[in-house]
Design a protein around this ligand. Sequence first.
Ligand SMILES: [Zn+2]
Length: 70
Amino acid sequence: MARRVRRAPFKACRKCKFLVPREATRCPACGSTDLSEDWEGAIVVVDPEKSEVAKRLGFTQPGRYALRVR
Ligand SMILES: [Zn+2]
């Protein structure tokens, strides 16, 4: 029997969209505990100061972010 495998072992913060490991209970970027497993698209921000995309989306810390979180 086939089993659906989740695409990534991450959860996304509903407040700032930071991606955290599934076992995490708190977002390391903003401290929120409101984490969602239902998210889409990932963007890696290496240097927020130099990234126009990161600035536009309001990402201030280096790390992985989800583009959409439900
Ligand atoms: Zn957060």
